[in-house]
Design a protein around this ligand. Structure first.
Ligand code: FES
Length: 110
């Protein structure tokens, strides 16, 4: 039997929240952009080279999302709004384990 699609809640900087259906195997960036929720620019199209897909992951899902690699770390280091929960959403692969995850978007993308 086919499982229901996982959902993720995306919260814009304004506080406006959106619960979206997400597809496993696509990046978090691709899922958020496909949902039409504004706030992720993704200028480089997901190559991990622009830093305009920055987001903050709820603490209880950070382990599921895994560690940022050194290239992602260095891109995040250029963000003045970098936090412990920061990730580049194009580098986070969505999985069924992320059902219920909460993702906050920053005030601006560079
Ligand atoms: Fe450019 Fe993620 S889309 S770093």
């Amino acid at each position: 039997e086919k499982q229901a699609m996982p959902t993720i809640t995306v919260i814009e900087f304004s506080g406006q929240d959106h619960t979206i259906d997400v597809q496993s195997g696509m990046s978090l960036m691709e899922n958020v952009v496909a949902s039409g929720v504004p706030g992720i620019d993704a200028d480089c199209g997901g190559a991990g080279a622009c830093g305009t897909c920055h987001c903050f992951l709820a603490e209880d899902f950070q382990a599921v999302a895994g560690e940022a690699d050194p290239m992602e770390e260095s891109m995040l280091g250029m963000r003045p709004d970098r936090a412990d929960s920061s990730r580049l959403s194009c580098q986070v692969q969505v999985s069924d384990d992320m059902d219920g995850m909460v993702v906050r978007l920053p005030e601006y993308q560079m």
